[in-house]
Write a protein that binds this ligand. Structure first.
Ligand SMILES: [Mn+2]
Length: 405
């Protein structure tokens, strides 16, 4: 049972942390969060950030002997995987998900008196939400947060590429979009982007030929032209033509980028796709892959001679669309066998039967691809999962009032 005084203490701690945050150095956040948690009635707390490889939760600015926690094998990891509050250490430790919207940033460790754990867990969500917001906003002004998330040094191409990508996960009441690129520290030629404008979600996946810095530059230019066209409200066919022209003018006629450009009408579920020699997206319904989302693949971008067709399909509420680059299905196992579309479908079906959230489904898919290739990918591998919920009224959890007072 939540007691009024718990809510009051949390509210005061939130206000104080918010006021304090304006002139806060990024590296002062862990201590300020700990103070706020104490003021709210806990014994203290610690921020853990998810590592770039999405395998561990790393304490932020903790003493050197504080070990990262495994996402697979710890209670903190379960909190991260299921985005649910977990209670451990005989009721004296809570794990709260740190979410920026739906993007999983890490987890918040909160130490409490066991007899206060339940009330604190129920009342502390606003404080965890503010701490998550501050992780995002303060993280822009320091290398410390990013360094914490890297278990390996990052290459220059990857450094340049990651800077150009949007947050990996975004959701509204009608959809979830979530993506991941591997090998995270050495990616170069793959990229993706999305934007939600009114009732239309626009998204794209790119794969530039070759590797390293030259591929990153091509992917970066393709991204910039795509965004530029999108912001000028240019249609898909004209956008493909514009990307094609700029790539050809800048890199010559022998360099190319494959891509899928898509627009989803969030009200009706109608999805329009244009493919430029890119692997066709998969459509998954009720845990089963219905096959490829019909595309009429044109030439890669940058080679000229365009004759693009936009193909439309109708999604049903709950459908998932999986976009990927060839590096996913062509990841080779020990015997030289490809990861392949069948394994991809199999993994997705298993995730659906576990009713896993889309970001966790994607995290496991990526790990499966890496495991198949014993951790060293020959090519960039990008996976993007789009889930369309349909009518927002249809996705309200049971017991949620349809109209707020
Ligand atoms: Mn590729």
């Amino acid at each position: 049972m939540v007691r009024v005084q718990d809510d009051d203490r949390v509210a005061r701690a939130v206000t104080r942390l918010l006021v304090e945050s304006h002139l806060m150095r990024p590296e002062a956040l862990p201590e300020a969060a700990d103070r706020a948690l104490r003021a709210a009635g806990a014994r203290g707390g610690r921020i853990h950030l998810v590592s770039r490889d999405q395998r561990s939760l790393v304490p932020l600015l903790a003493p050197d002997d504080t070990e990262p926690l495994s996402i697979e094998g710890s209670l903190a990891g379960r909190c991260f995987r299921d985005t649910e509050v977990m209670t451990g250490a005989e009721g004296s430790r809570l794990w709260l998900p740190l979410l920026d919207g739906t993007e999983r940033l890490g987890v918040l460790q909160v130490d409490v008196d066991p007899d206060a754990a339940e009330a604190f867990a129920a009342a502390s969500a606003p404080l965890a939400a503010l701490i998550a917001e501050l992780v995002v906003s303060k993280g822009q002004y320091t290398d410390t947060f990013e360094r914490t998330r890297r278990a390996l040094p990052m290459g220059v191409a990857a450094e340049l590429l990651w800077r150009q990508l949007p947050p990996l996960t975004f959701a509204s009441d009608r959809f979830v979009v979530t993506a991941q690129l591997e090998p995270w520290h050495e990616v170069g030629g793959d990229a993706f982007d999305y934007s939600i404008d009114g009732e239309v979600l626009r998204l794209a996946v790119f794969d530039a030929m070759g590797h390293g810095l030259s591929a990153t530059l091509m992917a970066g230019v393709a991204l910039a032209v795509y965004r530029n066209c999108r912001r000028d409200q240019v249609g898909l066919v004209e956008t493909a033509a514009a990307v094609d022209r700029v790539l050809s003018a800048q890199f010559g006629d022998e360099c190319f980028v494959t891509a899928v450009l898509a627009e989803l009408d969030l009200t009706t579920g109608t999805i329009s796709t244009l493919s430029a020699a890119h692997p066709a997206p998969l459509l998954v319904r009720d845990g089963k892959a219905l096959g490829e989302l019909s595309t009429d693949p044109g030439l890669p971008l940058g080679l000229g001679g365009r004759d693009d067709t936009v193909v439309t399909a109708s999604l049903q509420p709950g459908d998932r669309v999986v976009m990927f680059s060839d590096g996913v299905v062509e990841a080779r196992g020990e015997d030289g066998d490809f990861f392949g579309v069948d394994r991809l479908v199999d993994q997705l079906s298993r995730a659906e039967s576990r009713r896993q959230n889309a970001p966790e489904t994607l995290r496991r898919l990526v790990l499966a691809v890496l495991e198949h290739q014993q951790g060293t990918l020959q090519d960039d591998a990008t996976l993007l999962v789009l889930e369309w919920a349909g009518d927002p009224a249809g996705v309200l959890p049971t017991g949620t009032p349809a109209e707020l007072p």
